[in-house]
Design a binder for this molecule. Structure first.
Ligand code: SPV
Ligand code: MG
Length: 296
């Protein structure tokens, strides 16, 4: 049977899907604390809707990653900027309303040039986000794990996007994470470090370094060379590494980028298959959340 503790707590606390307590305000500082001060690594758990946000919060996660890929998938889009920024903002607002822990939003490449990036960041903040991550690719982006690598954004142009976000979002605690795709695109450590330096100068609060390899070596090498000039965030989507290794390399934050969505897909597939096979629901009833628990 699946673990339904999260769902039970929702009802025990009388928590409603629409939580007027919301996320805006107090939680902004908490994301900065998680990413920038914590002696880490902190964990940000993926959520793609209010329900997954609440489940993650109730399980004990201190912060959320509003994953572009997961939100796109749950809305029926591919991870290729098919969802508009306003569709993303609608989901983020509902998540922020449902959970009190802070949300770092995956802003893809910023939905355009510097002007789009600043507008999206500001609107997301107004709708409950505590920070945004933007990556040094062009718009429209394609997911880093799909197909060939598109060219990296020009460093100066990408710095313009970062500066525009910093200049526009009035809250100094709103966290701007600059995501570097140099390793994913095979440009190597030198390019990644040059970009990290430029993005720090442009005002980023943290650097997200990503890898497509099946082990974390290049991420750990980057983190050790970078020496925490800004906090380093990483996304172990392709590798299973003990947290202690990230800690030893000085990594501040680990993003579990798609685990809630993948868990939900697996559970839904299992239940659908069993209902067809078993021609009834008696067998599955003990394994799913009781109706009353998510109505409360
Ligand atoms: C996402 O969750 O959309 C991400 C992280 O960007 S990853 O899929 O690992 O690139
Ligand atoms: Mg993404």
């Amino acid at each position: 049977m699946s673990d339904l503790r999260g769902m039970r707590i929702l009802s025990e606390k009388g928590r409603h899907l629409q939580n007027p307590g919301g996320n805006a305000g107090e939680s902004v500082t908490k994301l900065r604390d998680l990413i920038c001060i914590h002696d880490g690594p902190s964990s940000l758990m993926e959520a793609h809707d209010p329900l997954s946000a609440m489940v993650a919060e109730r399980a004990g996660f201190k912060g959320l990653w509003a994953s572009g890929l997961s939100i796109s998938s749950s809305l029926g889009y591919r991870g290729a900027n098919e969802a508009s920024w306003s569709e993303l903002a609608n989901v983020v607002e509902r998540m922020a309303y449902a959970a009190r822990i802070p949300i770092l939003v995956d802003g893809d490449s910023g939905f355009g040039n510097f002007n789009n990036a600043r507008l999206v960041a500001d609107r997301l903040r107004k709708r409950g986000a505590s920070g945004i991550c933007i990556e040094d690719k062009a718009f429209p982006k394609i997911d880093s794990f799909i197909g060939d690598h598109p060219p990296l954004a020009d460093i100066k142009e990408f710095c313009g996007r970062l500066k525009a976000v910093k200049d526009t979002v009035p809250d100094p605690d709103f966290v701007l994470v600059a995501r570097i795709e140099a390793l994913i695109t095979g440009h190597g450590q030198g390019e990644a470090l040059a970009r990290a330096n430029a993005y720090a100068e442009a005002g980023a609060d943290a650097i997200l370094i990503h890898s497509r390899k099946s082990d974390p070596t290049e991420v750990l090498v980057f983190a050790r060379s970078w020496q925490n000039r800004l906090p380093v965030v990483t996304v172990p989507t392709n590798f299973r590494t003990p947290i202690a290794e990230y800690r030893a390399a000085g990594i501040s934050t680990v993003i579990w980028a798609n685990y809630n969505l993948r868990a939900a897909i697996a559970a839904m597939c299992d239940i659908c298959n069993r209902m067809i096979r078993e021609e009834g629901t008696a067998g599955i009833e003990p394994d799913i959340a009781p109706l009353v628990e998510f109505l409360n």
